[in-house]
Design a protein around this ligand. Sequence first.
Ligand SMILES: [Zn+2]
Length: 315
Amino acid sequence: MAWFKKTRKPMSAPAKEKASRVPEGLWVKCPDCSNIIYNKDLATNLSVCPKCAHHFRVSAPERLRMLFDGEWTEYDKDLVSTDPLLFTDTKPYKARLKAGIANTGLKDAVIVATGAIDGIQTIVAAMEYAFIGGSMGVVVGEKIARAIERALAEKLSLVIVCCSGGARMMEGALSLMQMAKICGALARLDRAGLPYIAVLTDPTTGGVTASFAMLGDLNIAEPKALIGFAGPRVIEQTIRQKLPEGFQTSEFLLEKGMIDAITDRRELKGVIARALRFMGAAQPQPVSLAESAVALPTDAALAPNPEAARLPSQA
Ligand SMILES: [Zn+2]
């Protein structure tokens, strides 16, 4: 018989965490200033932090809601990738497509739609980052190319909101070919004298930066967006030099002349509308002669060169 006996208690299970009384998704923490923001306040502020103006990433449908005056007409929404290479990495590409469709409700990483921006009929292509990183495969390429062709046929202005990790590696060279296809179509748009504005949001990288994102008549970026081609580590290893502070942000690129402007999301629609008017985008036709006589001087005042306002009619 032992002199001492130690009764062993079984390890107690960790106390159950008290159920939070705050429903999930009601509050968001700003990654920049760490303030806790009420979700509804964030939504009314176009997903910009009211304290520090941090721009949260927004989905493609939200983006269209921010830009258009009201309803819009979507095109080619049923185009889907056929997985031409039968590609498998850690997961089959088909499974990734299925997950993307389930997550976003979209068939691929871009929405193309026409609608009015401050009264100007415009075709907008908005990229969706939640769909395989907003990557550009054959469907994204085809939808954007068709959007440009539609702009040409209907004499519309074009706005592309970029938000992408680049070309879609699961479609290999086929995804790279989209760069040339879109650039070719943009060249025709340019010859027709129709305005194209590229909006660069966080992140705009890879094959998207290397093609249509940088080809706008006006390239506007959102503040502090990551914009670049290759990642900083790859560049450092290649050029064997330390990269400067703030490299690949909108502010750095503006300073170096790579983009034309940085615009707060809350002012973006107004800036786009003003720029489109300046570039001579199709205006809604005035109803009567008396009204057009009133409308004319303001149009002329907007464009310093009166010829600029007449570009589309020359095409
Ligand atoms: Zn903040």
